[in-house]
Design a binder for this molecule. Structure first.
Ligand code: FAD
Ligand code: NA0
Length: 456
């Protein structure tokens, strides 16, 4: 009997798992029995944009945290699939920082060509998972979110690929109940147009705070204040943007900061990150971690230490994304089919500890990029995923971070070379700060019409 594989989630990680099995099938390997559960009506995960916030049209929690005018925050050359290049998909060079719709088109194009859609049960949420130690099988309870019909499935191997940037981390702040304006988490942000002329307070000092803050600036916000807990981002911000230490108190519209300064605001956006949350898994199979490059308890960042039939994809904080999910999916596939032998629990534990120790010693972004490069390299070396020049990609991450330091509003106008095809990207027809139409059509066909007045 062929193995039965369950995959929960058809975002980029789940799609990578489908593609990994399909790639092996093309080389003559037997295809396992695969069922992929996706609670939304389409695949793409975060990249499947929806205007819904809170609860979606099927009464489920809205998954995607992406927003209008989201352009890739890293060079596309860093996330390029080694087995499906941007040149292959678009047939011509494109710019290095495409908008969301363009990347959605790219990731969908690869799996559409692979004919793996048939394995996905859309509109189907996984509600609960059990594992029977004696028979070594998973029982998965799923429910069609449209009809309410529930089903039970049995699997030998289970892949959890539900992402970890969908359940907001929501801290409390003294007096915040007295704030009369809008308060939201970044997860519910869909566009900054309505913040034109407004004074915005963002709490947090990572990608969401930086990007939503600069979106608001682009859309004409009067001022943007970024409040940090640990350390400021320190970019060369536009003059109407400032960084302040953490808010200590809200009194009506006024926020007090720990350095004694204060400000009046129209809206507050909590850019305070996300929680690992897996409500369909018993605690014995659930990751408990903050957003780090190497969550504990996962051998090679993929295989659950206490149950080597259980796999997590994309559970890490991410420099690498799509190609790392591929490397993980190829690795998970080869473990599942017995091509990669799993070492003893003791040896796995020693391997995990080695990565955790290195993670604990990391200083700064360059070392983090080196860390994840080495991690991806180790996975690729263990499988037949096409090799590519990871040192070039690592260098590209460092160039990108330097460009951000030099020009936070202009780094997306830079061009980069593909480590896979050698193709140099095209400069985009419109500078990011002036690009007011983020559609695939406008991106591919011609310059934007509107020119923004906040351009530096
Ligand atoms: P997700 O994309 O989150 O997909 C998980 C899937 O699981 C979803 O389709 C969801 O519906 C499904 N699911 C969840 N629970 C269940 C359930 N119980 N049953 C069935 N299905 C379920 N990466 C980049 O490379 N470049 C970027 O520019 C970039 N921008 C980002 C911007 C934002 C605001 C965020 C939040 C993330 C961004 N990322 C970016 C990172 C992004 O997380 C990854 O690119 C990628 O989407 C992760 O893929 P995933 O499949 O692991 O998770
Ligand atoms: P993210 O920025 O949403 O990116 C997720 C931040 O929250 C940290 O700065 C942390 O501070 C802060 N924080 C947490 N609890 C806090 C509290 N109680 N008080 C104050 N601050 C608090 O989340 P994180 O985890 O990076 O940072 C949390 C993902 O979304 C990333 O992968 C990113 O790439 C992606 N993203 C991409 C884009 C684009 O592509 C845009 C947005 C997000 P501290 O003190 O822990 O440092 C355009």
């Amino acid at each position: 009997m062929s193995i039965r594989v369950g995959i929960i989630g058809a975002g980029p990680s789940g799609m990578a798992q489908l593609r990994a099995f399909e790639a092996a099938r093309k080389q003559g390997a037997a295809m396992p029995e695969i069922t992929c559960f996706e609670k939304q009506s389409d695949w793409g995960g975060q990249w499947n944009y929806s205007w819904h916030t809170g609860i979606d049209g099927a009464g489920e929690s809205a998954h995607s945290s992406m927003y209008r005018h989201l352009w890739s925050n890293g060079p596309k050359e860093c996330l390029e699939f080694a087995d499906y290049t941007f040149d292959e998909h678009f047939g011509r060079p494109i710019s290095s920082f495409p908008p969301r719709a363009v990347l959605f088109d790219y990731i969908s194009g690869r799996v559409e060509k692979s004919d793996v859609r048939k394995y996905v049960r859309f509109n189907t949420a996984v509600r609960w998972v059990n594992y029977d130690e004696a028979t070594e099988v998973f029982t998965v309870e799923s429910q069609n979110v449209k009809t309410g019909a529930s089903e039970t499935h049995v699997f030998d191997k289970l892949v959890v690929s539900t992402g970890h940037f969908s359940v907001p981390n929501i801290p409390e702040f003294e007096g915040i109940n007295t704030f009369p304006g809008e308060i939201m988490h970044a997860h519910d942000f869909r566009g900054a147009e309505r913040f034109a002329g407004k004074d915005l307070l963002m709490i947090g000092s990572s990608y969401s705070a930086e990007d939503i803050g600069m979106q608001a600036h682009k859309m004409g916000a009067a001022s943007v204040t970024l409040s940090y807990r640990s350390s400021p981002m320190g970019y060369d911000w536009p003059s109407s943007t400032v960084e302040r230490p953490l808010v200590t108190l809200f009194e009506g519209r006024t926020a007090q900061f720990s350095d004694g300064t204060s400000g009046e605001f129209d809206a507050v956006i909590l850019c305070t990150g996300y929680l690992h949350k897996y409500p369909f898994l018993p605690s014995t199979m659930t990751i408990s971690s903050s957003n780090v490059l190497y969550p504990g308890n996962l051998y090679k960042g993929v295989v659950w230490q206490q149950n080597t039939n259980l796999f997590y994809l994309g559970a890490q904080d991410q420099y690498y994304t799509f190609n790392m999910f591929d490397a993980q999916a190829w690795f998970a596939r080869d473990v599942m089919v017995g091509k990669i032998e799993i070492p003893t629990a003791e040896d796995r534990s020693a391997d995990i500890s080695r990565w955790l120790e290195r993670q604990n010693a990391l200083k700064g972004h360059d070392e983090e990029s080196d860390f994840q490069t080495d991690y991806v390299r180790e996975l690729i070396n263990a499988t037949d995923y096409p090799e590519f020049d990871l040192d070039s990609v690592n260098a590209l991450f460092k160039d990108w971070m330097r460009h951000k330091s030099e020009d936070i509003l202009g780094y997306r106008d830079q061009t980069h070379r593909s480590a896979i095809t050698g193709t140099m990207s095209e400069p985009h027809h419109t500078r990011w700060i002036n690009a007011m139409d983020d559609s695939l059509e406008r991106y591919l066909n011609g310059p934007s019409e509107n020119v923004n007045t906040n351009a530096m």
